[in-house]
Design a protein around this ligand. Structure first.
Ligand code: ATP
Length: 229
């Protein structure tokens, strides 16, 4: 569970996130949707402590994360799958996953990881750079999950991935939620994908949240309107 109140993020003098507030519950998937440049990556980087931010409240499972360094936020239960996946191409699949353990209390890859991603088990000795885009995305998710996060942030996981594989990513995220009962927050532009995974959709526009709906009440035409230029 994550609670954020009145979060502001600036690059120098230029404020790009303007005091947004949200909560996401345990076992809930929240999608934050918006066009390029609307502030999704900035929001996620600030939540991870990669970018400085100000807020009235920022907590994970009741524990304050405001002012914490990135590694402390990971220890408090946040994990991050960055846009573009950022896996290590010259390291093996197994080594890539193990890099996620460095700041964690665990020493070994949890058993359910390879159950979730059988393809990564089959390819554990291959170099990360030789995997397909969809497999690299699975690897980036696996690496984030080894710290046993309470809240998993994924920045545009479908970017550059074929439509057939996008369905697999949706299936994996639904499976993760079922197995781990964690909070998942995903930034996205693809509505068909978020409709398969999200309980709630928020639209971000120029650093403000401008629309919010439960999945069951989503007006697809309205959200598509916000997402088109
Ligand atoms: N390093 C930076 N310095 C100054 N401004 C930046 C920097 N990075 C991003 N911005 C600006 O902040 C705003 C939000 O960008 P951000 O990358 O968070 O958007 P986004 O919604 O994630 O888009 P995308 O899908 O293209 O990544 C944009 O106006 C962008 O130009």
């Amino acid at each position: 569970m994550i609670e954020i109140e009145d979060l502001t993020v600036s690059y120098g003098q230029s404020e790009v996130i303007h005091g947004i507030s949200f909560t996401a519950a345990k076992n809930e998937t929240l999608a934050i949707m918006g066009r390029n440049g609307m502030g999704k990556t900035t929001l996620f980087k600030s939540l991870m402590g990669i970018l400085p931010s100000k807020s009235k409240k920022a907590s994970v499972d009741g524990v304050d994360i405001g002012g914490s360094e990135t590694f402390q936020r990971v220890q408090k239960g946040l994990a991050y799958v960055p846009q573009g996946r950022m896996i290590f191409p010259t390291m093996t699949v197994q080594e890539n996953i193990e890099t996620g353990l460095e700041k964690s209390k665990n020493r070994e890859i949890p058993e359910d990881i390879f159950a979730l991603f059988p393809v990564l088990y089959d390819m554990r000795n291959r170099k990360g750079g030789n995997l397909s885009g969809g497999q690299q995305q699975q690897l980036a998710i696996a690496r984030a999950l080894v710290t046993n996060p309470k809240v998993l942030l994924l920045d545009e996981p479908t970017e550059g991935i074929q439509p057939s594989i996008i369905k697999d990513i949706a299936k994996v995220l639904n499976e993760i939620r079922k197995m781990r009962e964690i909070t998942i927050i995903v930034s996205e532009q693809v509505l068909s994908f978020t409709m398969e995974i999200a309980d709630r959709i928020i639209v971000i526009d120029k650093g403000n949240f401008i629309h919010e709906n439960k999945r069951s009440e989503v007006d697809a035409a309205k959200i598509k309107g916000y997402l088109s230029v």
